[in-house]
Design a protein around this ligand. Sequence first.
Ligand code: ADP
Ligand code: ZN
Ligand code: ZN
Length: 729
Amino acid sequence: MNDKQKFLKVAIDVPINKLFDYLPNNKPCFIGQYVTVPFGRRKVIGVICGISLNSDIHPSKLKTVINVDDEIIFDAPMFKLLNFVSKYYHYPIGQTIMSVVPSRLKRNLNQLRQFELIYQSTPKLNRKFIDQLPSRQIRIRKVAEAILAKDRRQSFVMKLVSNWSECIKQLEAYGCVKSKKYEPSIDFTPSVAPSLNTEQLKIIKAITKKHGYQASLIFGVTGSGKTEVYIKLIESILNVPKSQVLILVPEINLTPQLESRFRKRFTNKKLVSLHSHLTDIERLDNWRKAKSGEADIIIGTRLAIFTPMPFIKIIIIDEEHDISFKQQDGLRYHARDVAMVRAKNTNIPIVLGTATPSLESWHNASRIDKKYNLLKLNFRAVKNSTLPEIKTVLVNDKTKNGISRLLVDEIKARLKRKEQSLIFINRRGFAPTLFCSSCSWTSECKRCSSKLVIHLKTKRLKCHHCGHDQNLISRCPNCDGTNLVSLGSGTQKIEEVLNTIFPEAKILRVDRDTTRSKKSLALLYQKMNNREIDILVGTQMLAKGHDFPFLTLVGVLDADNALYSPDYRAPEKLFSQLIQVSGRAGRSNIKGEVLIQTAFPNNPVFEGVKKHDYEIFALTQLKEREQMGLPPYSFAAILRAESKQLKYAEQFVNEAAKFAESLSNKVVIYDPVRPSIERLKGYERFQLYIQANSRTDLQKLLNQWASYLIQCPLSNRVKWSIDVDPIEF
Ligand code: ADP
Ligand code: ZN
Ligand code: ZN
């Protein structure tokens, strides 16, 4: 048996949905190892996914692997999950695997065992030494100066100069710099746990009394103590040796605040985080700690669902409704749904928590067969803290500068009381369009079907879809007239308007233009807590998770935009956004107030939000979805195609539609249409929505469809993808 010829089934990062056969070299090999293999004329990195005694190809025609790495990157349960994900989302297996491993691993096998270094100065490094450096050694000088100022991490030096490793080598040779392994210093003062209230205790009991797989949905208003429940659950699980916990959180901002809260409560446990703010090396390091079982708690964004964890005992998904759990390109998976499969496969509990459940989850929790266990927290946990009062304010086109009289008065009242206000508008920049009042020309992006946004501070016109960026013009390119005016408003304009109305107030604008880094966010907290800010103007960046104790007023300016959307999920998204943003008001014991400006105050979304009544809102939404046969009462997929030439995208989608019609009469194939952004980054787009009453019927069709599309002649002329359970249109 042993001397029989073995074949390695290798996953490679190419858009072909199969494993490739190779012959082993003389090194021992196992499933889950990285290999370097010849592929065409290239050398590529792949992963061994199987070792077999059979191959459809004769050994004489097969190539031999070049190199086998010692590290096993995935265990069997993870392979099972990835296989499922590849099949369910119809994404090639090799690309599926390669898109979930830390990027450092993919690049170069030789770098595998690297960890991050920190560079320190020796006594030899001083001012005099730097001044004596030849003047052409600008880069070395720059690095030396940085390290002289303080110890610097590798990731910092890498960004400082282009040939950083040469510079370091030189400085090490001079004996000026020495390096050692970087270990993040974690110095958190432990914080004390509040004793849980009866609602919270009931939930803990309900979840811990059962063993094995079960899905629970904690539906609790903002500030009701969901996080405290997670913490207690984690404590009880980590009491048993060889246990690990995975917590998934939404993408933006939330991580640092939540992370430090967990660290303070688990000072004697090893906690690592996995998210996009980490450097490649940090991410790899943390990933390895999870994989080896060394880390007890893993807290991360959507990709963290693919972290190998040998002792995983529970998965917690905070803010489960958040759309950042769905990846929107490449492998289009939904981390919550993948987590559900992972929990089932490993027979462990999964807990979802939110104040505004996704309608899918709500449906699962309120069905008669109770796919999820529904657990409620009805009140805010802090004594005397109540939910804010939410009102609508009628506005129309005549509302001056986009801010109503009432909102102005309320801000004024806050300024008097030294309380803070947050004005929420979902568009950054100054104004969405430049408009010529002589000839009606508007500033449109040449590469996208969207308007260029005016950024007055920097005097630019920018496309928020493709990044196109040009000088702000003062003459109309169409009629050469000078009657250019700005239409609509964005954060910059609102900031300016507020500055005029309240010249004494300290106003801070927070959007992606002003607040990119973790540091600026930390600074924001500091300023808010010290009451150095009176009014915050911000985009949805500010909607989530933040806790500002002196903020008592929230104004929402452009809620109506969502009501015009063709997306049937728009009301659901708007509802949760309004509840989230309202949750920022009155977190401590001063009562908060929320004013939503709208032209349609009787819309059910606003009616529901005003009463803080998610359940009524969800009930009416679900009824509508059921009547129209939409998800979660049916299952959908979208075929998206784009091409520089419209005709190819259109032909491809038309042909795909025709073929799909011939495959099944249980799947409804809609008419091919253009998405709401018809052209993006110079690519013309077309798409096709399909829907079935059963998941099995949909998957059956997708299987045949995907293999047809891969080999159909037009597929080379378009970029296309299948999006299963899409959440955007
Ligand atoms: P959520 O995650 O639902 O928004 P948190 O767990 O963050 O709620 O709790 C909101 C606030 O209430 C926090 O300041 C938390 O410390 C506090 N809190 C939570 N549970 C209790 C409790 N049982 N007693 C007193 N305070 C509590
Ligand atoms: Zn003009
Ligand atoms: Zn553009």
